[in-house]
Write a protein that binds this ligand. Structure first.
Ligand SMILES: [Zn+2]
Length: 192
């Protein structure tokens, strides 16, 4: 199933309830998790360039993983509420508010990765598929970013540390002209 196309909560619920039940996630919890996930607009389709296509796929996977994790958390909350004879309606409201908060952070990370991928694709249009990694040199630069500086990567193969700008929160690295003779950064595909 592709999460991110225009589907309604009830359609998705009918399609997924049995699968999620097998994973220990109740229908009520799944309905809650779906309404959180589907309330945000999906990634824009028509990702241009190899980096954006890779990140689009990753974002779909992350969204599916969030749905499972949220379903499990809400199921646990409802189960605990029942065992203490609490009002499950209130518990569900609180759980949904928490999941909306988590999902907003998740969406921010998704947007950040998509923007970094768009920058890589722009660089690839200017310089070709081999891209150089650049970083700011000051006291705040992390060892990972410093080690990546001066190396190259292929636009369609995200480095293990992510694309420039996503190596860690507030990463200030950027993609640019390939470094002549620069070593290739390790990528997930190389590791596999
Ligand atoms: Zn960095």
């Amino acid at each position: 199933m592709v999460i991110g196309t225009a589907i309604t909560v009830s359609t998705a619920l009918d399609a997924l309830a049995a699968l999620f039940a097998a994973a220990g996630i109740t229908r009520a919890a799944l309905r809650g998790a779906l309404s959180v996930v589907l309330a945000f607009p999906p990634d824009p389709l028509g990702a241009h360039g190899p980096a954006q296509r890779r990140i689009f796929t990753l974002n779909v996977v992350r969204r599916a993983q969030f749905l499972v994790a949220a379903g499990r958390r809400i199921t646990a909350d409802l189960t605990a509420a029942r065992s203490h004879s609490e009002n499950t309606g209130n518990v569900l409201d609180l759980a949904m508010a928490r999941e909306r908060r988590y999902y907003a952070q998740h969406i921010a990370a998704i947007s950040h990765r998509s923007l970094a991928a768009a920058r890589v694709d722009s660089a690839a249009m200017m310089y070709g598929p081999l891209i150089g990694w650049y970083t700011v040199h000051d006291a705040h630069t992390t060892p990972d970013c410093l080690a990546a500086d001066g190396k190259n990567f292929w636009a369609g193969q995200p480095p293990l540390i992510g694309y420039p700008g996503t190596a860690h929160p507030r990463c200030r690295c950027w993609p640019g002209r390939p470094h002549p003779g620069g070593k290739l950064l390790a990528s997930a595909r190389m590791a596999a």
